[in-house]
Ligand binder design. Structure first.
Ligand SMILES: *[C@@H]1O[C@H](CO)[C@@H](O)[C@H](O)[C@H]1NC(C)=O
Ligand SMILES: *[C@@H]1O[C@H](CO)[C@@H](O)[C@H](O)[C@H]1NC(C)=O
Ligand SMILES: *[C@@H]1O[C@H](CO)[C@@H](O)[C@H](O)[C@H]1NC(C)=O
Length: 791
């Protein structure tokens, strides 16, 4: 509008110059007037009549007319008074805009004669306008890092009043950040600048409003306000900041993949993208990258792989947080891996001997080491072997152990040991490793061969075939190998007459005994010898066993008749009195059998007789007796055939022929001792003499003994009574004496008295047993034992 107005003015000026050039001759300069704007209609401008020097009437007569250049009736000529008045409220701002001074040109036309007067009216400004801001709300965006002193041009306020009433000053509402600086521009207009006094901080105040007031130059001045909204623009002036510089956490090893370890978080005081923080590892080793994973947005760190305390005990993660503007911060996460008892103890054998010689003293078998990769209690180990084994585990330096024998071992009782070494750690749960060591006990020839029996009794039937296997003896050797390889041999016998080597042989390898030749029971019933079993150890050990060979009888001898002799040239004849009673012993057949036992058990049998019913033979003793009275009719000569038979299987027998001659008047008993019968009187005398001498000596001995015994008894009783130890009444026995009369197989009755220690009847100390012989049984042989009759 102002521009248009000025354009309009320029046109008007051009027009005015044109008019001036064209009409100059016809007109003349007249007057300069002024009137304040906004004066009421009819306000006085000029007394035209007076100024023109004409009377009021003349003005009318000359048809005076006032014409404004813009052809508008701003002014009115009052013909009655000749005054020029305003025809309307003149608004300077409307008429002239910003052109100053504001001139309203007009012509005064008069006829009769035609005359043009040119006049101008200055419209004087009054302060009728307040400053106004076109934009009541100004928004000013200022980055927070803007330097102090930076000026921000603000919109001017407008005031359509002329310059002196125009805008003179600006103020800003009280604040700590800005002040207003007024500037002139080339056209002389002032405009406000907002100057920053103090750094802005988005984080402190993001937005605030100030009131900008514009004052004009009126009196009183008018003012207009506008609001300036200051928006502090965040710039990425804040690096992210971690809530902790150091995060510490502990994670048990073997925790599952995906387990959250820790969550780091960084705050960024900025806004928007500048506050968007991305987390990442910084300077991370490959190991860390393989083990951990960080969520770029949340900052959560999770496990990507299993942790192994034994490999890495702790991790130091450098975490970087970068905001959208590229500022970064770092923190450290210390991840301590906690040990879990996940490693069983390990047994590392350093040296091992699998064989130990028996009977050797304490021997080192194995040296080993126990390792547990865990730590703390989880890594402490104990080590032991089964109980009841003759081995020991001794701890050595470090975690070395020595397995030794406890002492000498005996291969014969146990030749192999499986030693289970158990290593256990102290973690929870406990982990255990077992290692089995097999130890062989090697043999030493420490055991002599042992016969299955200390003595052997072997039976051989006589008349055996030569080289007969008569039995086997055997010995065992609890050693092994050649130490247990036994050879058998015969020990030469001490009896010189026994040619053992010709009788017996032994198989050296298996102990089989052979009879080398036929044995004869009748010449050799039994013999004994020693067999030696020798092992092949070095030195060799041997042992002996006694072998009894008993030759068993075979019925190889027929009974041999001793009486009556059968090979005599003149056969023996028995005499039998005819007056003999039945059962009269005629004779007794005496026979022997060189065999033994059943084979020598003879029986007699009457095979044949001249008079069959007259004689009987007693089967068992061979007595031949008459079985009835003899009569005259019986033949004087009898021949008896007897059979002597042994009880062998098969039996052997011999026959005996007896001749019996019956004689008359021979009634005297048969005396088998013909020598005694020859000189009976002489013998009887001698016998009587011997008998008398013997009787006399026995009687005197007996008398002497009785006297001696009585004397000793009396003596002893007197001594016992004086000591008071025990007194035994004569003739009968008190209850505490044990009467063993009639017990057992003793032919005599013995009575014992139990003598107790004097004065201590309750202790019942058994002192001794003393036999008491009744006087009737006193005997010389016993009297010697009287002094100390203990049994
Ligand atoms: C504008 O106003 C301020 C405060 O009222 C004053 O200090 C300053 O001098 C004034 N400036 C002018 C050019 O009048
Ligand atoms: C020792 O172990 C071996 C192998 O397991 C076995 O054959 C042997 O019989 C065992 N010995 C003993 C004495 O237990
Ligand atoms: C009869 O035999 C026995 C024993 O064999 C012998 O001692 C004796 O001399 C023999 N008599 C005769 C006459 O042959």
């Amino acid at each position: 509008m102002a521009v248009r107005a000025s354009c309009f003015l320029r046109q008007r000026q051009v027009l005015f110059l044109f008019l001036f050039g064209g009409l100059c001759l016809a007109g003349s300069e007249f007057g300069r007037y002024s009137v304040t704007e906004e004066a009421e209609r009819g306000s006085f401008v000029a007394n035209l009549a007076k100024d023109l020097g004409l009377g009021v009437d003349a003005l009318a007569a000359k048809k005076t007319r006032v014409i404004s250049d813009d052809n508008k009736q701003h002014l009115l000529l009052d013909f009655h008074t000749g005054k020029l008045l305003t025809n309307e409220k003149l608004d300077r701002e409307k008429l002239c805009g910003s052109t100053e001074p504001c001139m309203l040109f007009f012509q005064i036309l008069m006829d009769n004669p035609f005359h043009i007067y040119r006049a101008e009216l200055r419209i004087v400004d009054i302060n009728d306008h307040s400053p106004t801001f076109q934009n009541k709300e100004m928004i000013l965006k200022i980055p927070e890092i803007t330097a102090v002193g930076t000026a921000f041009r603000l919109e001017r306020a407008l005031d359509s009043d002329e310059r002196s009433n125009g805008i003179q000053n600006y103020t800003i509402s009280t604040n700590s950040f800005f002040h207003i600086k007024i500037h002139d521009n080339d056209e002389g207009l002032i405009y406000p600048e907002l100057v920053l006094d103090k750094p802005l901080d988005w984080e402190e105040e993001q937005e605030f409003s100030l009131i900008l007031t514009a004052f004009d130059g009126g009196s009183p001045p008018r003012s207009g306000t506008a609001t300036v909204h200051i928006m502090v623009l965040d710039i990425n002036d804040n690096a992210p900041r971690f809530s902790q510089e150091l995060y510490q956490t502990q994670v048990p090893e073997n925790s599952p993949v995906g387990l959250p370890v820790v969550k780091v978080s960084a705050e960024d005081a900025d806004s928007g993208v500048n506050a968007e923080v991305a987390y990442s590892f910084f300077d991370a080793s490959e190991d860390i990258q393989e083990t951990f994973q960080i969520n770029h947005f949340s900052g959560e760190i999770v496990l990507k792989a299993l942790l192994d305390y034994e490999l890495v005990k702790s991790y130091k993660l450098n975490i970087q947080a970068v905001d959208g503007g590229g500022l970064s911060a770092r923190c450290t996460v210390l991840v301590q891996v906690l040990d879990i008892n996940d490693n069983p103890p390990q047994l590392i054998m350093s040296s091992l001997v699998n064989e130990v010689v028996e009977n050797s003293p304490e021997t080192t078998l194995a040296v080993f080491r126990i390792n547990d990769r865990d730590s703390g209690e989880n890594g402490k180990t104990i080590c032991y072997i089964q109980e009841n084994l003759p081995f020991l585990i001794r701890p050595s330096v470090g975690n070395f152990y020595i397995l030794t024998t406890e002492g000498a071992l005996d291969r014969e009782s146990r030749a192999e040991y499986n030693i289970t070494i158990t290593a256990t750690d102290l973690g929870t749960p406990r982990l255990t490793t077992e290692h089995t060591v097999t130890v062989q006990v090697s043999d030493v020839n420490d055991n002599a061969p042992a016969f299955t029996q200390t003595s052997y009794t072997l039976f051989v039937q006589e008349n055996n075939s030569p080289a007969l296997h008569i039995g086997t003896i055997s010995a065992t050797d609890s050693d092994s190998g050649s130490n247990a390889h036994i050879t058998y041999s015969l020990l030469p016998t001490e009896e010189p007459q026994l040619a053992l080597a010709s009788l017996i042989s032994i198989n050296a390898n298996n102990g089989q005994l052979f009879a080398l030749r036929a044995l004869d029971y009748e010449s050799l019933q039994a013999f004994e010898f020693h067999v030696v079993a020798t092992d092949q150890g070095s030195p060799a050990l041997s042992s002996q066993a006694l072998v009894n060979i008993i030759v068993l009888d075979a019925n190889d001898n027929a009974p041999f008749v001793l009486y009556p002799l059968q090979n005599a040239s003149a056969p023996c004849t028995e005499l039998l009195p005819r007056a003999a009673e039945p059962g009269y012993l005629v004779t007794k057949v005496v026979a022997v059998d060189h065999d033994s036992g059943q084979n020598a058990w003879l029986s007699f049998q009457l095979l044949k007789a001249t008079e069959p019913g007259l004689f009987t033979v007693w089967a068992h003793n061979g007595e031949v007796r008459t079985s009835r009275l003899l009569s005259e009719r019986d033949a004087p000569k009898h021949r008896l055939l007897l059979l002597v038979k042994d009880n062998g299987d098969p039996p052997c027998s011999a026959s005996v022929t007896l001749h019996v001659l019956l004689v008359d008047g021979f009634s005297q008993p048969y005396l088998p001792l013909p020598e005694v019968a020859r000189n009976p009187v002489q013998d009887e005398d001698m016998l009587t003499l011997y008998l008398v001498i013997a009787l006399a000596s026995v009687s005197s001995l007996f008398l002497l003994s009785v006297l001696l015994f009585v004397g000793v008894r009396l003596c002893r009783r007197a001594r016992a009574a004086s000591l008071g130890v025990c007194s035994v009444p004569e003739g009968h026995f008190p209850g505490h004496l044990v009467d063993v009369n009639g017990m057992g197989t003793l032919s005599q009755s013995y009575q014992y008295e139990v003598c107790l220690m004097g004065g201590s009847s309750d202790t019942n100390d058994f002192k001794f047993l003393k036999p008491i012989y009744p006087d009737v049984h006193a005997h010389g042989s016993h009297s010697n034992d009287d002094e100390k009759p203990t049994f």
